[in-house]
Design a protein around this ligand. Structure first.
Ligand SMILES: [Zn+2]
Length: 444
């Protein structure tokens, strides 16, 4: 792939046609899966963390990650319900001053996570599997446990120790070629922060979570129900479990610990109402589309196994049931693009932008697919939209330059290339930017 790009330099990328392979690469690069465990990661961005730094990390990194998970569900009532349960809990925690916030994400996999300052996301995939409000309180309680025990800040300290032992490692340098196209600082920040905690961290978060939920008036048995659900999930579909539980085969132990506490120290709490009816009422709109969520889950598992035909079938099932489901449209677009069906992919991506114009991912998809279809006007419109929704991604700046160049707007394109070069001077995109600026007389 790099060779292709090489061959096309220094002519115009768009004139020579940006290939689908390159486009896919650009899309794939945003996931940066291979870098999640890189010890090069967090240290350069975060040095231990003060409380202010924890909050700053949330502001910088959380919006990107939430968008990777396709943003908050468009149903405000469900987000409000989650926030209400969260507020009830975070009034009882050790660090009540933190700016906790809660949203249900459009992602289908089974997960919940928090950033160090308390910005939390719960996927619709896990929400539809819970049975009552006490289980939801256990889930949020666990995440609040991580924030209150400052696990991310601690781990960041450890990362620094590792980092100090290494020399000459620099983030931009590791991003060979177009790797520089995604904002590595931001992405690595997120993946490092969300990578797995230690077993002891998980145990402590469970203990704190159960304590908080009892203080907030819930029965401690909610934690047992949550842990049991995760034990079952791990057996049935381990592929869909992420971050919170996948890395440690310890869910049985955690369930047993929760059970012990619920039957002992917190026994008195178990006569309380688990809030099943309230939970069912408030999450009804999501459970109504559970078949869609299930189909999307299966499609994503097939995608991960590179079984694109099978995945496409699943997404088709999901879209048949709910044609205007944002996640299903985005996933279908990605799946079709993997199969070289870019024109069809573009249609689904466009539908997604119409269904949920305030969410960024579909705009990026349309932007990149439109470039592959040699439609720089459409590409620019959506890349610019993405840029305004989630500012700061250098790769988008570069692609805006490519689009403007394709539109014949040379001074505007030059501005974007110059802006890109302010962020990084290394890699193929930087080389390309320099070559354009030189041939247009902006650089000597
Ligand atoms: Zn955890």
């Amino acid at each position: 792939m790099d060779q292709n790009i090489e061959r096309e330099l220094p002519g115009s990328l768009l004139a020579n046609r940006i290939t689908r392979r390159q486009v896919l690469w650009l899309l794939g690069a945003s996931a940066l899966s291979g870098c999640a465990t890189s010890p090069v990661g967090g240290g350069a961005i975060l040095v231990g963390m003060s409380e202010d730094e924890e909050k700053a990390v949330d502001q910088k990194v959380a919006p990107q990650q939430f968008s990777q998970d396709l943003g908050a569900v468009q149903d405000e009532a469900i987000n409000q319900y989650l926030s209400d349960v969260g507020r009830r809990l975070d009034a009882k925690v050790h660090r009540p001053q933190m700016p906790y916030s809660y949203r249900v994400l459009n992602a289908n996999y089974v997960n919940a996570y928090t950033f160090p300052g308390g910005a939390m996301g719960v996927t619709r995939g896990i929400l539809v599997d819970l049975d009552n409000e006490a289980e939801l309180a256990a889930l949020l309680g666990h995440e609040l446990g991580h924030v209150n025990a400052r696990h991310a800040a601690q781990r960041q300290g450890q990362a620094m120790v590792t980092q100090a032992a290494m020399t000459g490692v620099n983030i931009v340098g590791t991003a060979a070629g177009f790797g520089g196209l995604t904002d590595l600082g931001t992405k690595l920040g997120a993946s490092v922060l969300l990578s797995s905690y230690s077993r002891d961290n998980e145990r402590e978060a469970d203990a704190l979570g159960q304590e908080y939920m009892v203080r907030a008036g819930y029965p401690a048995s909610g934690m047992v129900g949550l842990q049991q659900l995760l034990v079952e999930q791990q057996k049935e579909s381990p592929g869909m479990l992420q971050t919170m539980f996948s890395t440690h085969p310890m869910s049985g132990e955690r369930r047993d610990t929760a059970k012990q506490l619920a039957g002992g120290k917190y026994a008195a709490s178990n006569t309380r109402d688990a809030g099943r009816e309230r939970f069912m009422d408030n999450t009804a709109s999501l459970r109504r589309i559970k078949p869609t969520i299930d189909a999307c889950q299966k499609g994503e598992v097939a995608m991960a196994a590179k079984e694109y035909g099978k995945a496409e079938e699943r997404f088709r099932t999901a879209l048949k049931a709910t044609p205007r489901d944002y996640a299903a449209n985005v996933l279908m677009a990605k799946c079709l693009s993997e199969q070289d069906k870019d024109a069809q992919a573009l249609e689904y991506a466009q539908t997604a932008t119409r269904v949920y114009p305030q969410e960024a991912q579909a705009h990026k998809l349309v932007g990149v697919l439109a470039l592959a279809q040699k439609d720089p006007d459409m590409a620019f419109e959506h890349l610019d939209r993405y840029d305004r929704l989630l500012p700061g991604d250098a790769g988008i700046t570069f692609l805006k330059g490519i689009s403007l160049e394709g539109m014949g707007k040379r001074p505007e394109a030059a501005q974007q290339y110059a802006a890109y070069l302010k962020r990084t001077q290394q890699g193929k995109a930087a080389e390309y930017s320099i070559s354009r600026l030189k041939s247009w007389g902006y650089l000597k």
